[in-house]
Design a protein around this ligand. Structure first.
Ligand SMILES: C[S@@+](CC[C@H](N)C(=O)[O-])C[C@H]1O[C@@H](n2cnc3c(N)ncnc32)[C@H](O)[C@@H]1O
Length: 231
């Protein structure tokens, strides 16, 4: 096995080591959050695009759960754009009943990580499903307690679809945690400062200054204060 450094390495939790496995198309990395050791695989060569990386925002969101001692016990949770599934898997390990979603081509990678990291006794609290924003969202319930998303605000063409999806999945008590890297040119600040606030209360709850990564805690405005939704 070969040990390699990876450019995504960041922060105290990011290790450790990355192994190129006997299969050249899978690489594994270990993390520790909230006392749980996670062994996350990424598939290459499967046309997974952005889903084939563990993005820094995912690690920042996991660190935020740890710092805030967030407990998902008894909570119905959905994660959008799960990628490798690291955030959703941690939410299951922290007690949640979690549906991890992404586009169809990323699902086998998430399923693999679910089977590696979630003990069979807790696996009934995890589900992996295709959800393409603005297309499949209506197949999902509207009463999630928590919605999670790390680095899903990065392509401005998708923002209306993402907004539509968040509006459908949430109700006023729903808590949405979005962790976003603010990149120049993709209008992610505009999404958080202009588009979202038309429908949601948005609170910046954590920031990693040197990486320009923000964690937002978001809840739906009451129907009377909300602008006309995009449904
Ligand atoms: C930058 S990656 C972040 C992955 C993961 N959340 C993380 O932080 O490591 C963006 C994710 O959003 C997913 N995605 C992009 N557009 C999407 C869409 N229209 N519907 C559903 N998922 C989408 C991608 O497949 C990818 O997994």
């Amino acid at each position: 096995m070969t040990q390699v450094q990876h450019p995504e390495n960041s922060g105290n939790h990011v290790p450790i080591v990355e192994w190129l496995l006997p299969s050249p198309n899978i690489c594994e990395k270990k993390f520790e959050f909230c006392g749980h050791l996670l062994n996350i695989s990424r598939y290459f060569g499967g046309n997974l695009g952005f889903a084939a990386s563990i993005w820094e925002s995912a690690l920042v969101l996991c660190q935020y759960f740890e710092q805030e001692k967030i407990d998902f016990s008894g909570r119905k949770v959905i994660e959008l754009g799960s990628g490798t599934g690291i955030v959703g898997i941690l939410a299951v390990l922290l007690g949640g009943d979690v549906t991890m979603t992404d586009q169809e081509n990323a699902l086998s990678q998430i399923e693999h990580n679910v089977s590696t990291n979630i003990p069979s006794a807790s696996r009934h609290r995890s589900k992996v499903c295709a959800l393409s924003w603005g297309k499949d969202h209506m197949k999902f319930p509207t009463d999630y307690d928590v919605i999670l998303g790390s680095d899903i605000v990065y392509a401005s063409l998708a923002y209306p679809l993402l907004l539509k999806t968040l509006l459908h999945l949430s109700n006023e008590p729903t808590i949405i945690y979005l962790c976003s890297k603010l990149r120049e040119g993709n209008q992610s600040s505009r999404f958080h400062e202009k588009l979202l606030p038309q429908h949601f209360n948005c609170q910046l709850v954590h920031r990693v200054e040197d990486k320009d990564i923000n964690v937002y805690k978001i809840s739906k405005l009451s129907a009377t204060t909300r602008d006309d939704p995009l449904m």
